[in-house]
Design a protein around this ligand. Structure first.
Ligand SMILES: Cc1ncc(COP(=O)(O)O)c(C=O)c1O
Length: 443
């Protein structure tokens, strides 16, 4: 294997319009993965590449996990597909209960999707429909937060707060945004920033503007990921929870990145001590091996749909996907959660995170580093922009890293890291030292 293009023709390369990718640049100089095992990819030239983002925040257990491989392969032979509507299969119910075991107390009803974006969309739709069920059809307004990322569907980009992901698409759903929590005085915080809990009071301003009788839900990522890896300020989520309780507004956590271990706890809710009414999850639930997402709700929400005088043969929520609860994805999920628990991976994340925090903050004084943030096995570095080109330096640094055998994410003005849960301290040190060199080279 020494062909950078892995034998692909130009026509093949051109045929695939790649997601969230600079297609023109990529196709001139492709970065192709051909295999993966543990914390490493192999690229088309045969190089080993350290997986600094666990795939896309998906593969915390590493790649090529035998238990997941076997479960998927067996499931394909046993039941490759089962209709998602009006008929079921055993594993979806087993997995639903298993997912609930990882949830904070009270979140115990699982609606399946195939992705994080769909889990968000499902959360928003359930929130609105819930208030209708309760006879409050005016409660429709949705509130998100600047720098929030909630996937790419119309609901998600409406509550999302990353301009570049919304601007090209014109009008979205009516939604308001609280300010983000990235304060200049919090730069280089280790773990949760001390300042900023009061930013949750932005919700009070929006309540004053719209009146809570018109607001369905507030959605935030406990740790904002794609917006730059922003851990919540101490007390912020608690304050948001209280305002929601005081004003009868549902609180949705988008835990597509946080759930199942990345924060060193089962969920972000557990790590930060706040329980939402609805949680959107995906990614790590199958270790990325199969697409699966879910929206998990409190029983009161489920019950609001089930307590109806309509005939029993009538469905309660006209929503779902052909691949909701896909049997192969459910088999992958059951296997992934078993490995997560049996191998005590989450406590391991909490332990490794201590070394990671120490190590990543060695970059605080590197050239052009404006901020380093971290929590669990996630970190974000903000880099100083070239005049008028905020996204260029992260791209250049990430390409240097790729040349050195490390895959890291670059987006906006940040470099993002989401290390595999099974990473060794020595691998963290190598990654940080390669970043050090790359930042120097791009100074
Ligand atoms: C917090 C959050 N929500 C939603 C999504 C969207 O998930 P997907 O890409 O599976 O649709 C992501 C993806 O990174 C995410 O980080």
């Amino acid at each position: 294997m020494s062909d950078k293009f892995a034998g692909l023709t130009k026509s093949q390369l051109d045929s695939h319009w790649m997601a969230f990718t600079a297609n023109r640049q990529f196709k001139k100089d492709p970065r192709l993965m051909v295999a993966a095992d543990g914390c490493y990819y192999t690229d088309a030239t045969g190089r080993k590449i350290f997986d600094g983002l666990s795939g896309l925040w998906t593969c915390g257990l590493g790649h090529n996990v035998p238990e997941i491989n076997e479960a998927v392969s067996n499931q394909m032979k046993e039941l490759d597909y089962s209709p998602a509507f009006q008929f079921g299969h055993v594993k979806s119910f087993q997995l639903a209960e298993r997912i609930c075991e990882f949830m904070p107390e009270g979140l115990n009803r699982v609606f399946y999707t195939n992705s994080g974006s769909e889990a968000v969309e499902t959360s928003l739709k359930i929130a609105r429909a819930y208030w209708r069920k309760l006879g409050k059809p005016g409660k429709t307004r949705l509130i998100g937060r600047l720098k929030g990322y909630h996937g790419v569907n119309f609901g998600g980009i409406s509550v999302g707060g990353i301009g570049a992901n919304r601007a090209p698409f014109g009008e979205t759903l009516a939604a308001d945004h609280m300010r983000h929590t990235m304060l200049p005085e919090s730069a280089f915080s280790r773990g949760m920033p001390e300042n900023g809990a009061e930013l949750a009071d932005d919700l009070l301003d929006l309540i004053a503007l719209h009146d809570a009788t018109n607001i369905a839900a507030v959605i935030v990522e406990p740790l904002a990921g794609s917006g730059g890896v922003l851990p919540p300020p101490v007390g912020y989520l608690q304050r948001l929870r209280k305002i929601c309780d005081d004003h009868n507004i549902l609180l949705i956590f988008d835990e597509v990145i946080c759930a199942f271990g990345r924060m060193g706890a089962n969920t972000g809710a557990e790590a930060f001590g706040v329980t939402p009414d609805i949680m959107a999850l995906a990614k790590q639930v199958t270790n990325g091996a199969m697409p699966l997402g879910a929206t998990v709700v409190k029983q009161m929400i489920y019950d609001a749909f089930m307590d109806t005088d309509a005939p029993e043969y009538m469905l309660e929520l006209p929503h779902g996907y052909t691949y909701s609860a896909h049997p192969v994805a459910c088999a992958a999920g059951l296997a992934a959660l078993e490995v997560l628990e049996q191998q005590q991976i989450i406590p391991r994340v909490a332990k490794t995170a201590v070394h990671f925090e120490k190590s990543i903050h060695e970059l605080d004084d590197c050239p052009n580093v404006l901020d380093v943030r971290n929590y669990g096995l996630a970190s974000g570095l903000t880099l100083a922009p070239y005049p008028g080109e905020p996204a260029r330096r992260p791209f250049e640094v990430a390409m240097r890293m790729w040349d050195k055998g490390f895959y890291v994410r670059y987006g906006g003005d940040t470099i993002q890291l989401g290390l595999p849960f099974i990473v060794e301290s020595s691998e963290i040190d190598s990654l940080v030292s390669a970043l050090h060199e790359s930042l120097e080279e791009c100074a």
